[in-house]
Design a protein around this ligand. Structure first.
Ligand SMILES: NC(=O)c1ccc[n+]([C@@H]2O[C@H](COP(=O)([O-])OP(=O)(O)OC[C@H]3O[C@@H](n4cnc5c(N)ncnc54)[C@H](O)[C@@H]3O)[C@@H](O)[C@H]2O)c1
Length: 450
């Protein structure tokens, strides 16, 4: 009996052991365990792949939307040129008033244009119709820092141009015109590009010549004061100028004078090809609404039926050229073989008082014309002698002041009615102001200047 019991116990033990072995082997077989883990990871991977596929198809959809958008974007028509004909052109200050019109003409002519601008007075809006075009690049950059690119031509326009803008930060104006110009000449030296400097009639200052005879007492007694220092009028390129180096305009006037000097130093010493345009007062659409010079100030005041302010008696003169004429002159000069300075302006000359009356009449404004005290270093006579441009470039202005004014008045009328005008003015650097022959411009829409 005892033996039967022990045999049963042994058999029970053996079965239990067997069961344990079977269960253990079922759950602990390494091959099966690996397989299960692999299955899990395959499932995970499949999920990941599905997720990525979804992301990819989303991206594809976005891309095709973007492609469609860019395909349907309309650009102004451009001329088709082959690789050899097409120039790579850098325009500094290309988002500004003159620069943006130059961009338009060069782009339409089929060239590749890169604009470098720090947007101090320039606006993206001025060139936005080219953004995305394969021939066009807009780079936010300050020319005081070096800039590198391969190019064939450089139109160097970067510099504030109106008195309130260039007097806002005189040291920066000097740096832009000196260090900035040197950077562009350095780039031209490295790439072999030709550089055109946008200089200014301001290099002539208040264009008087003081006669040597003046030093004699007899002369001083006998000759009336205003005839002792006669005006050089109109101003030819051979006139060396009469600039006050310490006055409020000096940062700009002397900045441009040294910029010209640098051009000729680089030309002589390093063989850089330079062109120097001495630009006289220019006006037209895309002028900054806070430009502060006489054309925009008179128009804005007249359109708002505010007093049109003339500084001094208003007998000082200016001559005005329409922007399309200037752009044609700049391109003609760049493409010419002539490397001495060339005046670009319209000799049609007005006294400020007559000009104020003229604008009042064209706009049909009820503004009254008022006088304020004359300002420091305001040039009394300004009229270009353009015989050189006529002779070497076969260039002369084509748009009459009246036609140009009509287009410009339309532009300002639109700007004043645009909802962004108020905000843009808040950011402009010194609207108007009693500088040169500019007038103090009340803040647009009667807002108080902050
Ligand atoms: N408009 C005129 O009547 C006139 C007359 C004489 C000379 N000029 C010259 O023509 C050029 C263009 O004048 P505009 O009337 O178009 O003036 P603007 O102020 O409209 O344009 C100047 C452009 O240069 C940019 N700029 C200024 N400083 C810069 C810097 N450090 N780096 C990069 N960009 C900078 C501004 O943001 C702007 O886009 C200027 O060099 C000016 O001196 C103009």
């Amino acid at each position: 009996m005892a033996m039967y019991q022990s045999t049963n116990r042994l058999a029970g033990l053996a079965i239990a052991t067997l069961l344990l072995v079977v269960v253990y082997s079922a759950y602990s077989n390494p091959i099966d365990r690996d397989t299960a883990e692999q299955k899990d990871s395959v499932v995970d991977r499949e999920r990941q792949v599905e997720q990525r596929q979804r992301e990819l198809s989303d991206l594809r959809r976005e891309l095709s939307l973007l492609k469609n958008a860019s395909n349907t974007r309309a650009y102004p028509e451009v001329k088709i040129r082959n690789e050899f004909d097409r120039k790579r052109i850098l325009i500094t200050g290309g988002a500004g008033f003159v620069g943006s019109h130059l961009v338009d003409v060069l782009m339409r002519d089929g060239h590749e244009v890169t604009v470098v601008d720090n947007f101090f007075t320039g606006r993206r809006k001025n060139v936005e119709h080219w953004i995305g075009h394969p021939h066009f690049e807009l780079v936010m950059h300050d020319v005081v820092e070096p800039y590198m690119m391969e190019c064939d031509e450089i139109y160097h326009l970067a510099s504030p141009a109106s008195p309130p803008h260039y007097m806002y930060n005189p040291v920066k104006t000097i740096k832009t015109n000196t260090v900035g110009t040197m950077n562009m000449l350095g780039l031209a030296k490295r790439t072999g590009a030709r550089v055109l400097l946008a200089s200014t009639s301001e290099v002539y200052g208040n264009p008087t010549v003081c006669l040597k005879a003046m030093q004699s007492i007899a002369f001083a007694i006998t000759v009336p004061l205003r005839r002792r220092c006669p005006y050089v009028h109109p101003q030819p390129e051979t006139y060396f100028g009469n600039v006050n180096p310490d006055g409020p305009r000096a940062c700009y006037d002397e900045g441009k004078r040294i910029a010209e000097t640098m051009c000729y130093a680089y030309s002589k010493q390093s063989g850089v090809e330079v062109r120097v345009a001495r630009i006289f007062n220019t006006f037209g659409p895309r002028m900054h609404i806070g430009d502060g010079r006489v054309v925009s100030n008179f128009i804005i005041q007249a359109l708002q039926d505010q007093a049109i302010t003339v500084y001094g008696e208003g007998l000082q003169t200016r001559s005005f050229q329409y922007v399309s004429d200037l752009v044609a002159g700049l391109i003609a000069l760049m493409n010419s073989d002539f490397d001495e300075p060339v005046n670009l302006g319209n000799p049609d000359e007005y006294t400020m008082i007559d000009f104020a009356k003229h604008i009042k009449e064209i706009t049909g404004s009820s503004s009254e014309i008022i006088h304020k005290p004359a300002t420091q270093d305001d040039p009394q006579k300004r009229k270009p002698d353009i015989s050189r441009a006529r002779q070497v470039l076969k260039w002369e202005p084509k748009v009459s002041v009246l036609d140009g004014l009509k287009r410009t008045i339309e532009y300002f009328r639109h700007e004043l009615s645009a909802p962004t005008t108020r905000d843009e003015n808040k950011h402009s650097h010194g609207v108007g102001g009693p500088y040169g022959n500019t007038i103090e411009l009340p803040y647009i829409n009667d807002e108080k200047k902050p």
